[in-house]
Design a protein around this ligand. Structure first.
Ligand SMILES: C=C(O[C@@H]1C=C(C(=O)O)C=C[C@H]1O)C(=O)O
Ligand SMILES: [Mg+2]
Length: 471
């Protein structure tokens, strides 16, 4: 229950927003933010499973010090443009709404009105199946309710678009009922892992041949690097509980971002170690991540493998191409660009990567979306040069990437936000889950070795889904 004093203040504020909507002749996003006691954000995902089914999202950073869980869609922004306009249309509509937004309460970084969503990898790719049909080239949701965990604080945001003819009492009831739903008793997770019925590993021969073909074209100077991916389909005897998958991923992947974006009956879930861009105020951060080796069975073996990776010419080249491109893109929209001269190691549960962080300060006139547009796809996911590599993927890769390897994340009113690269991911469709993994192909790539690299990358998601390891 809202206390009496708060009740009056909230009512006054709603009245004020109603008047504003009349005066401006435009609906207003009213965002009510309150500090709340710590709860498990994943529980919110569960509680709203039926009321807001098909409209939920989840996000957590590797240190788990920033977690978002949003449910419902107070507003959906989506487009199917196949050019850079897909980024800027979203940004333009959001910028326009900023004139019609009213925040009430203590807003902190990551709370209040924000859009959560993402983009497809390649809007020019013609899709033959309907696998990704709900996931447009660009799609963002303004949630009805969202919780934000930021360090030790927790915030509840309730967003409502207020129209000039809305009734004060009804609006007030809306906020009250959402607050009460949020305070509902938390329920223990009941779901059990469904049993796996089938596992399809697609087009191994074709994939190996494509890798071979890519290396030949690289030797003939058509491009320098291309990233090729493949997919695995798992089928289960029952619908896959997203909560359970996220919980399992949370336990195993402390160095990765977790994300889930539900659209209708499908949910895109991932645990990726790769940040595309984070913008906080004028500070901009990105990650160059490319070049991989397995983890060792013990510390000695693990260190040896790490050392091997740090000195391996094929992997260093995979990595260097990414650093070069990201640095270039940063220099276009940032000042004071800083990076390291040589990579270090980033170790996740079952794989180690070459890693170079990069940062800068945004130039006047540039935005978070500018950086997303300039970076996507980096050569860690597409290749280099971008145009040639993308064409090769479009023509030769035997799968539909959809949102795999594309930017997913959030953006707020002040142009703060973060996007990661949606790898180590799965598209869950009722009783089925498509898993994706790819790797960077350079001149000296050996097809069978690259296949093994994708097997390692698929491991944690296969485990989280309760599947068996790739043979
Ligand atoms: C493409 C993926 O991963 C990318 C490819 C890597 C590589 O080839 O070494 C390493 C990290 C990622 O940038 C994937 O996991 O699907
Ligand atoms: Mg690689």
């Amino acid at each position: 229950m809202i206390t009496l004093h708060k009740e009056e203040t909230l009512k006054n504020e709603i009245l004020h927003v109603l008047n504003e909507a009349k005066k401006k002749k435009h609906p207003i996003i009213f965002s009510y933010v309150t500090k709340v006691a710590q709860t498990d954000p994943l529980q919110i995902f569960s509680i709203f499973a039926s009321l807001h089914k098909g409209k939920r999202f989840f996000w957590s950073t590797p240190e788990q010090n920033f977690i978002l869980c949003g449910v419902g869609t107070e507003m959906t922004l989506t487009n199917d443009q196949d050019s850079v306009h897909r980024f800027y249309t979203i940004e333009a509509i959001w910028n326009e709404w900023k004139h019609y937004t009213h925040v009430f309460g203590q807003k902190d970084y990551g709370s209040g009105p924000m859009l959560f969503g993402g983009f497809s990898f390649d809007p020019k790719k013609e899709n033959k199946s309907s696998k990704w049909s709900e996931f447009s080239s660009a799609r963002f949701h303004l949630p009805c309710l969202m919780v934000t965990k930021h360090d030790e604080e927790m915030y509840l945001t309730i967003n409502k678009i207020v129209h000039r003819d809305d009734k004060l009492e009804e609006l007030f009831q809306h906020f009250e009922s959402y607050q009460n739903m949020f305070k509902r008793n938390y329920i223990p997770y009941k779901e059990k892992n469904p049993s796996q019925q089938d596992k399809k590993i697609y087009y191994q021969e074709k994939w190996l041949q494509t890798v071979q073909k890519a290396t030949e074209l690289i030797k003939a100077n058509r491009f320098e690097k291309v990233v090729l991916a493949r997919e695995v389909l798992l089928s289960f005897d029952q619908p896959i509980p997203i909560n359970l998958v996220l919980n399992k991923l949370k336990k195993t992947l402390s160095t990765s971002y977790l994300f889930a974006f539900e659209v209708g009956k499908k949910c895109f879930v991932g645990a990726t170690p790769e940040r595309l861009v984070k913008k906080k105020g004028i500070q901009v951060f990105s990650t160059c991540l490319a070049g991989s080796i397995k983890r060792g069975k013990n510390k000695i073996e693990d260190d040896l493998l790490g050392e091997q990776l740090l000195h391996d010419p094929k992997n260093l080249l995979e990595h260097e191409i990414v650093v070069r491109m990201i640095k270039n893109a940063f220099e276009k929209c940032c000042d004071e660009v800083e990076t390291k001269d040589s990579p270090t190691l980033l170790k996740t549960q079952n794989i180690q990567h070459l890693y170079t962080p990069i940062k800068g300060k945004i130039k006047n006139g540039f935005s978070l979306m500018d950086v997303v547009e300039k970076l996507h796809p980096t050569p860690a996911l597409g290749g280099y040069p971008k145009k040639e590599a993308l064409q090769f993927i479009r023509d030769e890769e035997p799968m539909e990437r959809g949102w795999y390897a594309a930017p997913i994340g959030w953006i707020d009113l002040e142009d703060n936000g973060e996007f990661v690269v949606a790898i180590r991911s799965t598209l869950i469709d009722h009783r089925q889950a498509y898993l994706f993994a790819g790797c960077g192909i350079v001149q000296d790539s050996i097809p069978e070795e690259e296949w093994k690299e994708t097997e390692i990358k698929l491991g944690p998601m296969l485990y989280a889904l309760g599947g068996t390891k790739d043979e």
